[in-house]
Design a protein around this ligand. Sequence first.
Ligand code: T1G
Length: 697
Amino acid sequence: MTATYEVRGQVAVITLSNPPVNGLGLATRQAVAAGIEQAEDDAAIKALLITGAGGAFSGGADIKEFGSPKALAEPNLLSLIGLVEACSKPVVAAIHSVCMGGGLELALGCHYRIAAVGTKVALPEVKLGLLPGAGGTQRLPRALGVEPALNMIVSGEPVNSELLAQVPGQKLFDRMATGDLMEDALALANEVAELRPLPRVRDLKARCANPDAFFQFARNMVGAQSRNFPAPLRCLEAVAASVSMKFEDGIKAERAGFAALMVTPESGALRHAFFAERATTKIADVPGDTPTRKIAKVAVIGAGTMGAGISMNFLNAGLPVVMLETRQEALDRGVATIRKSYEAQLKKGKLKQDKLDARMALLSSTLNYADIADADLVIEAVFEELSVKQAVFKQLDEVMKPGAILASNTSTLDLNAIARFTKRPQDVIGMHFFSPAQVMKLLEVVRGAATAKDVLATVMALAKKIRKTAVVSGVCDGFIGNRMIEQYSRQAGFLLDEGCSPAQVDRAAEKFGFAMGPFRMGDLAGNDIGWAIRKRRYQEKPNLRYSKSADLLCELGRFGQKTQAGWYDYQAGKRDALPSSVVAEMLDKHRAALGIKPRQISDDEIVHRLVYALVNEAAHLLEEGIAQRASDVDMVYLTGYGFPLWRGGPMCYAGQIGLFNVVQAMKRFAKNPLDDAEFWQPAPLLARLVAEGKNFS
Ligand code: T1G
């Protein structure tokens, strides 16, 4: 099913029917073209109406078709819109719910447009590293005005139809529906059936008072905000063409910009991320319609930074939370932390007082487990020590009502061991939030061996409600993100041993696009955390090679920002990371003791050793079934570890470089006597994909 055709009196109604969002794939475009032809040939038809079935008018071109011959097969979107515009009878677009991308461009090719209130209208192509490629950059400025159109196209953000209808002089909507959209649209179609000439957006003038000054200013603004993304500036130039060029020439300029962007790695990465984010919700043996448990009340154990942050996620989603602690002052501190955070948002105008009050009203706190017994979900965020978790889960097992979900926020401990502390392991799951928990989008959902499918489905659905990107992980030391970062950190240490300064490694990583290099990240998170983990890990694996530099740093008590000294020096109350002579001297002595003559290491080598360490460990994770798919790993790194979005994640980046080239580089690194040949053994999956000439699926 792609589009239906029905006659309502003298009006032919063409309804896009390509669920879930009426993507304008080839079959849909062909069906619409056929409908237009049928209406043209039917003398009884005096007007046409195009609308969308289900929950969208149209979400735009079918992104899944990109890169396939179908995307450009005739009628391509530009041709279809030309067909609509050239129709000899008036075509009315009846838009509702979602009208985006090619869907809006199709509506702009119609002669009249009527919108339901609350329709989300957007040209979001820029978020895919593209520009509206079916006339949107030429028609929207003519219909809406240059400045509002430029804002929509460069931001890609949706605007409600009723707001657009209020733009002075706009010709985007001829009318807003006041009652039933279809009835109002049919009335409009009958009203205009005989009206001529047919109004065409392309005949309007894109008005801009002082285009040179306006676009120069806009260029500076957009350029400054989109350093690593080529699409926003291309969008701007295409909109500028709507003012400076005739329509046909503007369309040519738009097509050139679209074609140029389609082949950029940034657009490939953004389109990958679009689908990767949606793929994370798919779990092979847990169907999307698995019944979920009702979550009406949440308990959080531990009112420290994590517990308070975790609680805020649920308060923000309108869910009551009861926080439990062992000491009143810890509880009071936790509540105060939450209130302080909301008040800071209030001051910045990001939160209204009534919303703040409503959220605080949902928060309660207690020292007694009996007060959380009726919670549907309890999340513990206590000290990361198995014996402490054991005490908590034994208590929960006794107190919590049957069917309550028992979640641990553990970041490294064995969830199966934690589940075994209870008589209900099927109700135990990991919910690993990332600090600051109320800000970071990533939520690693750790599926224990015994975790029930409905428990997993419930937590995945809840993650969407609290606006998290939930990625399912199996149970292993560090799950997905931290297990990979362990190898990344080992390489960072080896780079120091071989001659890099912390600042050089960080600069290279940040130039690549990481939000923060490994050493600034260590200083922020606290180097003592890694120190404790290393002690535990390397007791288990004494032969594992790693740089002792981080241990030496911690032995000096240089835990990072919290001690105003870490890999860098910090001035009181400031976060500026200042190169430290103490650390430089420590590293010189450390290298001398190892008999290492420091060498110059290129940024390329630094970045590739860091990133390929992530990729290789991820290949192991995929093989072990800890991660479901490579794009899940990308989402972990894009939403939890500051990996640059325009590179799509470590696996996407490796795919763009070519897995063959990745393994070739690993072979080079393995020859470095100061590195670790064992470290650079390609994971069997990676070696197999290279041998088969394939990429991560
Ligand atoms: N093409 C193909 N599939 C799409 C799609 C699209 N445009 N939009 C959504 N889907 C799939 C999505 O992958 C998911 O699939 C399902 O629909 C539900 O999506 C020439 C070139 C429309 C606001 O960028 O913003 O037009 O996981 O979970 O939360 O100028 O989807 O179920 O298998 O997001 O209700 C421009 C992208 C295209 C809009 C609905 N349009 N989509 O949100 O559902 S390029 C976009 C969205 C273009 C022209 C250019 C949202 C939504 P699955 P969902 P939702």
